[in-house]
Write a protein that binds this ligand. Structure first.
Ligand SMILES: [Fe+2]
Length: 256
C-alpha cells in the first residue's frame, strides 16, 4: 500500500486532525495563520484550538486596554493577513453591546477573564422590517472563563453584556472573514441600522508598532463613515456601538 498522501487526503487530514495546543498567544496566532488562509477551514478544529488555549494575563495584558467611558473596548491582536481579525475586547462592568449581526462572518469568542452574558435573538421577520415588533430572545447563556462561544448570522443575532456590576471582563474574539461594518438592532422595535465603521486600538506590540509606522492611526477628524445619527439611535435602543476612533493609548484596568 502506498504511503503517498494525496492532496484530497491531506485536506481531509487538515480538516479533521486536532491542532497542537498553543503554549501561548503567539503560538495560537501562528496556528491561526496556518489554518485560516481562505473560507475553507475547519470550524470544529479552530473551536477546539481556542478551547485548548490556556490564557495567562502576561499573554493578553498588553492588548487589554479599557476605555471605561465605553461599554467595551476593541483591541486588535492580529489581522490574519486579511483572512481573520483576532481581537481582545474589554468589557466595562454592567455594560453591554447593542444587538448586532456579524456581516456573514464566523465569530468565536473565548472568555479570558470574568464572565459574559450572551443573549441570542431571532432575526426580525420580513414583515417586521418596518420596525414595530419587539425582538424575540432565543436563549441566554452566561459564559465563564475559558469557555468558547460561536455565532454566525445563520444562528441569529446577539448582544454581549458584562453581568457584573463590579468586575470588568476580557474576551478574545476571532472574526473570519474580517468585516468593517455590521448591523445593529433596536430591541423594542427590531429596526436595523448599519453600524458606523467598526474600529479598534491596534498599537501595542513591537510587531504592531512596526506596522503602525507603515499604517499610522487615522486622525479621527479625517476619517469618514462615522455614523453619528446611527450611533445616537442605537444608544436610544439600549446599546451603543463602539465606533469612536482612537489615537491615544487608554488605561489597562486589571480585574481581580
Ligand atoms: Fe458579536
Amino acid at each position: 500500500m502506498s504511503s503517498t498522501t494525496t492532496s484530497t487526503e491531506a485536506t481531509t487530514l487538515r480538516l479533521t486532525s486536532p491542532l497542537p495546543t498553543p503554549k501561548d498567544l503567539e503560538a495560537l496566532i501562528q496556528t491561526l495563520h496556518r489554518e485560516i488562509t481562505s473560507s475553507d477551514f475547519s470550524l470544529p478544529a479552530i473551536t477546539r484550538l481556542l478551547q485548548s488555549y490556556t490564557p495567562s494575563q502576561d499573554d493578553y495584558a498588553p492588548y487589554a486596554h479599557f476605555d471605561t467611558s465605553k461599554p467595551y473596548t476593541r483591541n486588535l491582536v492580529d489581522d490574519g493577513n486579511g483572512h481573520f481579525n483576532l481581537m481582545i475586547l474589554c468589557w466595562t462592568q454592567g455594560k453591554a453591546s447593542p444587538i448586532h449581526d456579524h456581516a456573514g462572518a464566523h465569530c468565536l469568542m473565548k472568555i479570558l477573564d470574568g464572565e459574559l452574558c450572551e443573549t441570542q435573538y431571532e432575526w426580525p421577520k420580513e414583515d417586521e422590517a418596518c420596525g414595530n415588533s419587539p425582538m424575540r430572545v432565543k436563549k441566554q447563556t452566561v459564559h465563564g472563563a475559558n469557555q468558547v462561544a460561536y455565532i454566525h448570522d445563520q444562528i441569529g443575532l446577539h448582544r454581549i453584556s458584562n453581568p457584573s456590576s463590579t468586575r470588568p471582563a476580557i474576551s478574545l474574539h476571532l472574526y473570519t472573514p474580517p468585516f468593517d461594518y455590521c448591523k445593529t438592532f433596536c430591541e423594542s422595535t427590531g429596526q436595523a441600522r448599519t453600524s458606523g465603521r467598526c474600529v479598534f486600538y491596534r498599537d501595542f506590540t513591537k510587531k504592531n508598532k512596526q506596522e503602525a509606522q507603515q499604517f499610522p492611526l487615522p486622525n479621527p477628524r479625517a476619517v469618514p463613515n462615522v455614523d453619528v445619527a446611527g450611533a445616537a439611535a442605537t444608544a436610544a435602543c439600549g446599546g451603543q456601538m463602539d465606533m469612536s476612533l482612537r489615537s491615544q493609548r487608554p488605561m489597562f484596568v486589571p480585574s481581580k
